[in-house]
Design a protein around this ligand. Structure first.
Ligand SMILES: [Zn+2]
Length: 481
């Protein structure tokens, strides 16, 4: 009897010791904030950002306000801010202005992730570069200041409202919402497809809708992040009214359904993706229709989220120095001129345990986004989310095959064929030195989700997508450690 009591007390002591030695469960706090960033086009000159027209396309009024939305994550005292702005792009000038205003708040270039919704009807002229001036009108510091003020307000509000939270995720497929516009039956001016959606003949699309939901301890949503990779182009080049385009409509629907929650839209690899716009004469009506279609697909997923373990929180922003001359719009520039405008490309990673956001400052076509997600999944990330248009803007990125086909996106890549030439040498080197690892990686990197391989022209032409993905491979590895 005595022995049994002694044994019992020993077990009890050991159990208590084990419990005491266990690390505390990760404490996640989340806050969300929102700020309007609509400049008043009746008082200052505002050009729309999405449609290039010599010296800018001037906005005359406001159809609906544009916003900066932000979510701040804090895990075990470490913070990161994710902000999405209703703009066609994030410029380096916007980042600088926001970072300057955030000095002393604990947010800096190291933990700030700002992406654009790619809304074409939102303010432009935010890049202080002469070639951007030609397309979008003279650079406007006033507009940049309004946007930076909004980003900062949204982040500060999010930071001030941090509270213990739970994170959940749900993903679903919504075929037919977004379509591949690199087809001869898509009209870039009217933004309409001449043929109805047919999954059998449609080129690659990314039909994934992702919902990331943050709830407070009572189960009430604080923030709902939603993603569908497609262009914000339901409003066209002749529109003169500022608008958040369809993401604003979807956001409004989600926020109406979940009062008190802030909805934040993040775009993905939308380079070749366009909304399947309704064939109605009024574009604002088409915008409403499409925004509601996305909401109808997204809202049921909000109810189906699975819990995400957010620990550890890790983040890194790596800068790739621009090392070749710009080749875009049919023009070639020497490296030294290119470097006056473009210095470093920020690639970013924000990891919240099982979830990782991988951001690039480009408009990648959908296959690239899919490959990046697949690569990250192979590294063990349960929920890899690729975000485009993050922290800067370096035009489009296509696969070599799509580059050779030409067309709008190929003509607007940053480095054109030079990129392939430069990478060719690297690909030969990598073939010699790491045949084994290359062979191991090949299926994930060089095949698309429909099982097709990029073949015929050899590794030379395959390599740019490989390199782009490889960046995330290496990057993700550093995050895993
Ligand atoms: Zn675009």
């Amino acid at each position: 009897m005595f022995k049994r009591a002694k044994l019992f007390s020993t077990v009890l002591i050991i159990t208590c010791a084990v419990i005491l030695c266990l690390p505390a469960l990760a404490q996640l706090k989340i806050g969300a904030g929102s700020a309007e960033i609509t400049p008043d086009p009746t008082r200052i000159r505002v050009t729309t950002g999405g449609y290039g027209k010599f010296l800018g396309h001037v906005a005359k009024g406001i159809h609906d306000p544009v916003y900066a939305k932000a979510v701040v994550f804090e895990v075990n005292g470490k913070k990161a801010a994710l902000a999405a702005i209703d703009l066609v792009e994030v410029s380096n000038e916007i980042m600088d202005a926001a970072v300057k205003r955030l000095q002393g708040t604990g947010f800096s270039r190291d933990n700030l992730f700002v992406c654009a919704t790619h809304t074409h009807a939102a303010p432009g002229a935010v890049e202080n570069i002469i070639i951007a001036d030609l397309g979008f009108g003279p650079y406007s510091q006033t507009v940049v200041d309004i946007i930076a003020d909004g980003i900062v307000k949204a982040i500060k509000d999010a930071n001030a409202s941090l509270k213990p939270a739970n994170l959940g995720i749900a993903q679903g497929q919504a075929p037919g919402l977004t379509r591949n516009r690199r087809v001869d039956y898509y009209n870039y001016d009217t933004r309409r497809f001449a043929r109805p959606y047919d999954p059998k003949t449609e080129p690659i699309t990314d039909d994934t809708i992702t919902i990331i939901r943050a709830d407070d301890q009572t189960g009430k949503p604080i923030a709902i992040i939603f993603q569908l990779a497609t262009h914000g182009t339901t409003l066209g080049p002749n529109n003169t009214q500022l608008s958040a385009d369809w993401p604003g409509v979807t956001r409004g629907q989600i926020e109406a359904k979940y009062p008190g929650a802030i909805a934040l839209f993040i775009n993905g690899a939308q380079g070749d993706q366009a909304p399947d716009e309704a064939d109605v004469p009024d574009d604002f009506q088409a915008m409403e229709i499409f925004g509601k279609r996305v909401a109808d697909a997204a809202i049921p997923l909000v109810e189906k989220t699975k819990p995400v373990n957010p620990d550890p929180i890790k983040m890194e922003i790596k800068y790739h120095k621009v090392d070749q001359g710009l080749q875009a719009f049919g023009l070639k520039f020497p490296l030294w001129i290119t470097r006056i405008w473009f210095k470093e490309m920020p690639f970013s990673g924000l990891r919240l345990g099982e979830l990782i956001f991988l951001g690039a400052p480009v408009e990648a076509i959908s296959i690239i986004g899919k490959d990046i997600r697949k690569s990250a999944a192979e590294l063990g990330y349960q929920y890899p989310i690729y975000i485009g248009l993050m922290n800067d803007h370096y035009l489009y990125v296509t696969t070599p095959e799509e580059y050779r086909k030409g067309g709008y996106e190929a003509d607007n890549t940053m480095f054109g064929e030079t990129e392939s030439r430069l990478l060719r040498a690297n690909s030969r080197k990598s073939r010699r030195t790491s045949d084994k690892s290359r062979a191991k990686r090949k299926p994930a990197l060089l095949s698309d989700t429909q099982g097709r391989r990029y073949e015929s022209n050899g590794v030379v032409y395959r390599f740019p997508i490989f390199a782009f993905t490889l960046f995330f491979y290496r990057f993700s590895n550093t995050l895993i450690l």
